[in-house]
Design a protein around this ligand. Structure first.
Ligand code: AMP
Ligand code: MG
Length: 510
């Protein structure tokens, strides 16, 4: 069988980085069945989706038919988990198959998750269950549709082998993940913790070549790498915050150098806005609560900076100064990204010193009124078009946002007037078309549909318990169209009943 002749592997990680991974083979699946194939992503990779349906695709994506040119390896990494350092984690249930160049020439990792035990498995079974792997599909595709950098699922195949979890025996599955790379803060920590400066340097140079080729050969390239990673993370976390995404397990082994979101475990989108929102059952201390995410990102970047110190110059003090400069700059970079995003969410085009307070005060109103974050932003677009009522209806007291709305309208009107004078030859535009244009802009950045936690749970339960994939497929279709006003998507736009959200917990690592 020649399952995927179109994938042309070029495995630089396995080939160039000796001592960074262990060659390994996926476990055999007794009864492979393809549950999900990402057709658009398959096309990006130059694959023919039609050739992957059926038995060939099932065998491939369950790990039974390792494609030609793949050199599966388990990658080594360490990590701070909830603040405590583990010097050896690594791919305990994952394998990097290799890298392929996609149709646009971008290098992308192809990796399995749930493909069996490896030398890094410690006490784990190396397996994954159907539900959590389909969850990774849903959230990853939603993030991608929202324009947020993310690893993506190419396929999920059931293995036919049950896995034992707290909930009992669950159907097992393998996820095939596509990523810009799987280099994590924890990968650097693995070698730094062993005092292996040569390998930290190799990894830094490899990462530069892969993610920041413009910095290769520049003076201070390693400080440049730290800065580039910090900038990517500033942008990423700001994007998370502007859609209310809570990663849930921002350990250093779950933070990429590429700036892609990785590892959708106990993640969730906030419903009623609460900066302290936590859903993960394992995050009882709230370390990874919604509003802590930028602080944790900075903390993780400081851990990366520590690993790079020996590369930043011969004089320790100068190295520390370079690293500190980046870590100290991070909050400002993050704030600027966040504000730019918020300005767009408010329908504003030009920066104004009052923007930060305007956005913060809107969020404070949502928090005080227990108002659904996603619905409120979306309905602000309707207010821009002239109808306040849908937004007001979200509040326990419809008059609650009145004063704020007046402020926002004044700001919008000022901007419209400035724009009208600024445009050569244009007369004063009426509020109508400007309001409609603003609403259209806002509707392109304020999603209507996100993967609502109750919808995700229902879809995964149907797939895992009864083998029914339709709820998953319908939800997937909806989250892939986050800005679409189609009436058929209305059920996916609605928040969960408050009682459901109040008790909602996500579970990790299954
Ligand atoms: P995660 O919380 O998914 O980011 O995983 C943290 C670490 O635990 C990584 O080293 C994983 O490879 C490992 N791990 C998670 N689940 C399993 C499992 N079922 N078997 C073996 N290792 C696992
Ligand atoms: Mg992980």
């Amino acid at each position: 069988m020649d399952p995927i002749p179109a994938l042309r592997f070029d495995n630089t990680y396995a080939r160039e980085l000796e001592g960074f991974s262990v060659p390994w083979k996926p476990a055999l699946a007794p009864e492979p069945a393809l549950l999900f194939l990402n057709r658009p992503l398959a096309l990006e990779l130059g694959l023919d989706p039609a050739a992957l349906d059926g038995a060939a695709g099932a065998a491939l994506f369950a790990g039974n038919a390792v494609p030609e040119g793949a050199e599966p390896v388990a990658q080594a990494y360490a990590g701070h988990q909830f603040g405590g350092f583990s010097p050896q984690l690594g791919d305990g249930r994952a394998l990097l198959l290799g890298e392929v160049l996609d149709v646009q020439g971008r290098r992308r990792d192809i990796a399995f998750k749930g493909s069996g035990r490896t030398p890094f498995s410690r006490g784990g079974d190396g397996r994954a269950a159907v539900g959590p792997m389909l969850r990774e599909v849903l959230i990853g595709e939603a993030m991608h549709a929202l324009g947020i950098p993310t690893t993506r699922a190419l396929a999920v195949a059931a293995t036919g082998e049950p896995v034992l979890r707290e909930a009992g025996m669950l159907p097992g599955a393998v996820l095939t993940r596509v990523a810009a790379s799987h280099i994590r803060v924890g990968t650097f920590q693995f070698f730094a913790a062993r005092g292996d400066e040569a390998r930290v340097r190799m990894l830094a140079d490899y990462t530069l070549a892969r993610h920041d080729p413009g910095l290769v050969g520049t003076p201070d390239r390693h400080a440049g790498l730290l800065r580039a990673v910090a900038r990517r993370q500033a942008r990423l976390i700001a994007q998370w915050m502007n859609v209310g995404f809570i990663h849930g397990v921002m350990n250093t082994d779950n933070m990429t150098l590429s700036g892609e979101t990785i590892d959708y475990g106990p993640c969730a989108f906030v419903e009623a806005y609460d900066p302290g929102a936590v859903f993960s059952s394992i995050d009882s201390g709230g370390r990874y609560a919604l509003s802590n995410q930028p602080l944790i990102a900075r903390w993780n970047l400081a851990r990366l900076a520590e690993t790079l110190l020996p590369l930043l110059g011969d004089a320790a003090e100068a190295a520390i100064a370079q690293a500190t400069e980046v870590i100290d700059a991070f909050p400002g970079w993050y704030a600027a990204e966040l504000l730019a995003g918020r300005r767009a969410k408010l329908g504003l085009l030009r920066p104004d010193p009052t923007d930060e307070a305007l956005a913060a005060d809107f969020l404070a109103l949502l928090h005080a009124g227990n108002v659904d974050f996603t619905s409120a932003w979306r309905r602000l677009g309707e207010a821009a078009a002239g109808d306040d009522a849908p937004l007001r209806a979200l509040f326990p007291e419809p008059q609650a946002p009145g004063v704020w709305l007046a402020r926002w309208r004044t700001r919008c009107a000022e901007e419209d007037e400035a724009g009208a004078t600024g445009a050569a030859g244009a007369g004063a535009a009426t509020a109508g078309p400007q309001g409609a244009a603003r609403a259209a802009r806002m509707n392109a950045v304020n999603p209507r549909v996100i993967p609502r936690n109750h919808r995700v749970e229902d879809a995964l339960e149907a797939a895992s318990d009864d083998g029914r994939l339709e709820p998953f497929e319908r939800l997937l279709d909806a989250v892939r169209r986050p800005y679409d006003d189609a009436p058929g998507l209305a059920p996916y736009a609605e928040p969960a009943p408050a009682a459901v959200t109040a008790g909602y917990r996500t579970y990790c690592g299954t």
